[in-house]
Design a protein around this ligand. Sequence first.
Ligand code: ATP
Ligand code: MG
Length: 368
Amino acid sequence: MNRVLVLGGGQLGLMMAEPAARLGLVVDRYDPERAMLLPGTSDLPVPVTWEQCLERYPVITVEREAFPEAGLSARLAGSDRCVARGALAVIPDRYDQKSMLDRLHIATAPWRTLDQAEDLAAAMAEFGGVVVKARSGGYDGRGTWIVGDGDDPGAVPASELAGRAIVERKIPFRRELSIVGARNPAGDTLFYPLTRNWHVDGILRLSLAPAQACADLQPRAEETLRRIMEELDYAGVMAVEFFEVDGELLVNEIAPRVHNSGHWTHEGADWSQFDLHVHALAGVPLHSLNVRGPSAMINLIGTPFDQAWLQHPGVVHWYGKEVRPGRKVGHANLTATSLDGLREGLRAWADVLPEGFEAVLDSELSLG
Ligand code: ATP
Ligand code: MG
C-alpha cells in the first residue's frame, strides 16, 4: 500500500498527510460536495471516477461521518477497502449508535425516539430536562436542542423532527471528557490519557490533557473504546466523548476518526493522533505513547488570523478555510512543563477564550 484516500476535503485529512509521507504513503482527499479529488495537500480539485479511485487507493479512510447519500463518497465508504466501513454503518445515525451502546451494555444518557411531536412532552415528563438530537447530520451543536427541566420546549421544531430525532435525558454532568485511541488491523490498541473538554453552546472551545482529576477513570474509558472498536472491527483512530457524573462515565457520542479533542497530541505527545491513525492504517506496530507535559488546545472559531497570536506561547495550526461565524478555522496548542506554566500560557489567549475559562482551568489544574 502506498496511497490512502481520505473521504472529506477538510483539515483532518491534511493533517494526516504529513505523518503519512514519513511512512512513504501518499494521502489524497476526496471532497464529496464538489465530487473532486484534492491531491496531496493541494486545494486544486481534479475530477476522478469510482474506477480510478479503486484502482489507485487500496486503503480508504474518513475524516467525517456523513456523506451525501448518492455519490462516489457513499459508495467508497461502503467498499471493503474502507477501514471505517463497519463504523459508518452504525455511527452516523444516532438511533443506531445509541442502540449499539445499549446492546453492548455501555452506559449512555437514557434516551427515547421522537416518533411523533407528542413524544417530546412524554420524554420531558419522564426525564425532566432533555436534549433533542437529529438522528443524523448534526455537528458543533447544530441539530441539537437543549431544554431545561420546566423550560418551554417551544424552540424545538418537534413536528419537523418527528421520525428523525431522539430525545435524551439532560445529564447534569460535572465534566465532559473524551478518550482518543487507535486500533490496527491485528487488533492492537493504544490510548491517550483522558482529555477534559469545555464546550460552550455545543461547540468545543478548550481541551486540557491529561485530565488528571479523572485519572482513575482511564481504565474504564479505554475498555469502553476498545470494545466499540472491536465491535465495529475498526482500524484507525477513534474517539469517544463522555459525560462524567458522580465519578461514572456516560458515553455521549462516538467519532470514528481523528477528533478535535485529540489535536493537543500534535505538540503534547511524542506520537500525534495523526501519526497513530496512519500507523494503524498501514498496519505498522503501534508504539508506546509519551505525553510531553500538561497540554491545552484552544479552538479558533469564526475569527480571522491574527499575527499577534504568533507572539503568544504555543503553536498555531491554521486551516486556510474561509472564515464564517461559528466555523472552526484553526487551533492553538500549548504544552508546558508545569500546570502553572500552562495556566500562564493560556492567559495570553484570553481574548479568544469565552468568559469563564479561568474557572474551568482552576477546577482542572488546581488538582495538580
Ligand atoms: P460534535 O461537534 O462533537 O459532533 P454534536 O453537535 O454532534 O457535537 P453532541 O456532542 O451530542 O453533538 O452535543 C454537543 C454538546 O451538547 C455536548 O458536548 C454537551 O455539551 C451538550 N449535550 C449533548 N447531549 C447532552 C445531554 N444528554 N445532556 C447534557 N448536555 C448534553
Ligand atoms: Mg460531540
